[in-house]
Design a protein around this ligand. Structure first.
Ligand code: WTA
Length: 704
């Protein structure tokens, strides 16, 4: 019964009928200056030249020793790139630019309060700061090559300084997004067994100086409960010399970095020459089950991949002023604020705060004042800026040659506002599809060589050969109008090396589904399963439909339903919990929690508030649900599984599909009546959903 039911909603059966959008051609002025303007590049990266084609990316770096094997597939799917080679990532991002560009700004940092001074950090200054902090980590912190260090840092220059200092020593950094809770940070400290936590006392968000150090104390307690004792907490201060947190410093454990650094003034640390295959950093992300996974990214392959894609897809030239408006706490920031742009020696803008502070003209004021010509952000930011300041961009004299959208599907209508109003009709746009696991872009148009199509990311990027499979591993053809699971047929240098200390989970999650032969060492037998649904148009462009697993993408941030549900059932009264996505005009998707209570408890606002609090404490504010619904019971299959797609249908005012196989079909109408009338009363009736959105809701919860 259940199998049939699942097959019925499988992605492969979905025919998607969307309106084909018109193409937009890149302007001749852009083409004239583009890094990739000769179509011969497609031939160089064709399958026939794989994997050697990636030498073109590797050649953008300085290597201490060259590789003897470009791609080693002997232990699939643990691919090894540039085997035998050695390099240092920090040297490539900093030292090698000193001779030609020492006085050029590496970062221009913009504080959130508009009356505070913008700071430029030259490559020379970055070199000095990174060396001093590396010396501190090594000599004061006792950090050794291969150790892990967790950061819980906001958007201040101290974050890239800390990352590069680790890279210089061959220490693996693991940055936890500053907005995550202390508990979430603590779990990641424990999973990576970090003995050092680097944090900051405070930072600005929405006009408020937030006490951040307080989270460190929670994090350390959680890590201790999970078996990891943090020995040192290194606290950067937002205003050196002034402590702006209420949380007490623990004697012998907590240290102000600005004070300790006095002992390391002008010290220089030799960059450690690392094997290309050594891990550079961990980046945790949510999955279908269990705890977040620590994606392990390599030094050589990763750095080559982000440098190459920054050059050709971001079209970064050394003289550009580039602004990626993302948080370094996510993979986008690691690859396209720190490692990619610095490897190319460009100037990057870094901004501390929220896009709409103090008003929705802020980003355009910054861009005008600093002469930003490449702009990079997520649909959720674009939607917010359009809603709160639709007429702001024309008031400013910024001129973008190039703009990026990343992290979620972008609605064609939002895309057109970005193009016409933000980009003033002059900028090319790349819609880049990829994931934390991938290191860099997977799907995008090459900006000077392929036209743009709103709502589609484009074809696979250079050297990436995607395919769409149905549930039975049959290839779905381009132009068939059918959706399926998008996979990448080949390995690439930016692919993660695995999940930290969870090899089986890595193979299972990403390769098991479509592996043709487990004994084979031929990469062709090991397609990478991305976990996204997609459709390919006849022109080869992909339209990404969203996750096919139980991950909800809220404002470009991945949240696992299991994590949300585990946090929720820590509330005493709660018996069962289910998280589902609702279509949200600003954030793309928002989370709604359904809870049923233990016998003897009654639903009240109190429970809803406790649930919100639990989620905020265990994950962070970004995960806060839009609504918490206390229901008499959950719709369940006969084997007792909660049918999330039914609840998702109710939350989105969509068809709930066939409920005849449920153990308690009568509950569906009861919940529908309760939730939908309450939503109508709150003014939360949704607009009419698109066919793709409806299919997404229908498919939700399929992978269980
Ligand atoms: C989604 C962010 C449509 C997708 C870099 C993917 C996108 C997940 C796009 C990864 C895009 C990312 N169009 N959907 N251009 N980019 N996604 O790991 O569902 O935070 O699997 O990496 O975001 O999110 P992550």
């Amino acid at each position: 019964m259940e199998v049939a039911e699942e097959a019925q909603v499988s992605e492969s059966q979905i025919a998607v009928h969307w309106r084909e959008e018109d193409y937009y051609q890149p302007p001749p002025t852009f083409i004239a200056q583009a890094n990739a303007a000769d179509p011969a590049i497609f031939e160089r990266f064709s399958e026939e030249h794989f994997p050697e084609c990636f030498k073109e990316y590797a050649d953008l770096l300085d290597w201490d020793a060259y590789w003897h094997t470009t791609l080693d597939t002997s232990n699939p799917p643990f691919w090894k790139w540039f085997v035998g080679a050695r390099l240092n990532a920090c040297f490539n991002c900093v030292d090698r630019h000193l001779a030609s560009s020492g006085n050029k700004a590496a970062f221009i940092w913009v504080p959130e309060p508009e009356d505070e001074e913008t700071k430029a950090i030259t490559y020379q200054e970055l070199y000095r700061r990174v060396n001093e902090f590396a010396a501190l980590l090594r000599d004061f912190g006792g950090a050794k090559t291969g150790d892990r260090i967790t950061f819980h840092l906001p958007m201040l220059p101290e974050l890239p300084v800390s990352m590069l200092a680790c890279a210089r020593l061959g220490v693996i950094h693991s940055e936890v997004f500053g907005g995550f809770s202390g508990t979430a940070c603590g779990q990641r400290i424990a999973d990576s067994e970090s003995r050092i936590l680097v944090t900051m006392d405070a930072y600005y968000r929405q006009g408020e100086l937030i006490d951040h150090k307080a989270k460190a104390d929670e994090a350390i307690e959680v890590a201790r409960q999970q078996g990891t004792e943090v020995e040192k907490v290194l606290v950067w201060r937002r205003y050196p010399g002034e402590y702006r947190s209420e949380s007490p410093m623990v004697d012998g454990r907590d240290f102000f970095v600005d004070e300790v650094l006095k002992d390391y003034r002008d010290q220089v640390v030799e960059p450690v020459s690392m094997p290309a295959e050594a891990p550079l950093f961990l980046m945790y992300t949510s999955g279908t089950t269990g705890q977040p996974k620590g994606c392990v990214h390599s030094t050589g392959g990763y750095l080559a991949y982000v440098a190459g894609t920054s050059k050709y897809y971001q079209d970064i030239h050394p003289e550009d002023t580039y602004w990626c408006f993302a948080d370094i706490g996510w993979i986008t920031g690691h690859s396209y604020i720190v490692y990619g742009p610095l490897a190319l020696g460009t100037t990057s803008v870094m901004y501390e705060g929220v896009p709409t502070y103090p008003d929705a003209g802020r980003p355009w004021r910054i861009a005008e004042r600093l002469g930003v010509n490449i702009f990079h952000t997520a649909p959720t930011t674009i939607r917010m800026l359009r809603k709160l300041g639709p007429d702001e961009p024309p008031k400013y004299n910024h001129r973008f040659k190039h703009m990026t959208t990343v992290g979620e599907p972008i609605e064609p209508d939002v895309w057109r506002w970005y193009h016409d109003v933000v980009g003033k009709g002059e900028a090319v746009i790349v819609d880049t599809w990829w994931q934390t696991e991938n290191g860099g872009f997977l799907g995008s148009t090459l900006p000077a060589l392929k036209p743009m199509k709103p709502g589609s990311c484009g074809p696979g990027v250079l050297g990436i050969y995607p395919v769409i499979y149905d549930e039975e591993s049959n290839e779905i053809e381009a132009g068939s109008g059918k959706a399926g699971n998008i996979c990448i047929r080949n390995p690439w240098p930016g692919i993660f090396q695995g999940i930290w200390r969870q090899d089986d989970r890595f193979v299972q999650t990403y390769y098991e589904k479509y592996c043709r032969n487990k004994e084979s060492t031929d990469w062709r037998d090991w397609p990478y399963f991305a976990g996204d649904g997609a459709v390919q148009a006849a022109d080869g462009y992909f339209r990404i439909l969203g996750r096919v697993d139980d991950v909800i993408n809220v404002a470009g941030h991945r949240l696992g339903t299991k994590e949300l549900e585990s946090a929720t059932i820590t509330v005493d009264e709660v018996a069962e919990a289910a998280a589902v996505p609702v279509i949200d005009e600003l954030r793309g998707r928002a989370v709604e929690m359904y809870v049923s209570l233990k016998p003897g408890h009654e639903g009240s606002d109190d429970v809803a508030q406790k649930v919100e609090k639990a989620i905020e404490t265990q994950i962070g504010k970004i995960a806060r649900p839009k609504n918490v619904w206390v229901v008499p019971d959950m719709p369940k299959t006969r084997s007792g599984k909660i049918m999330r797609r039914v609840i998702a249908g109710i939350s989105n005012f969509a068809d709930v599909g066939d409920v005849s196989t449920l153990a308690n079909p009568e509950i569906v109408d009861e919940i529908r009546e309760q939730i939908q009338s309450e939503k109508v009363a709150r003014g939360e009736t949704p607009r009419e959903l698109t066919p793709e959105e409806l299919e997404e809701i229908k498919a939700f919860g399929r992978v269980e």
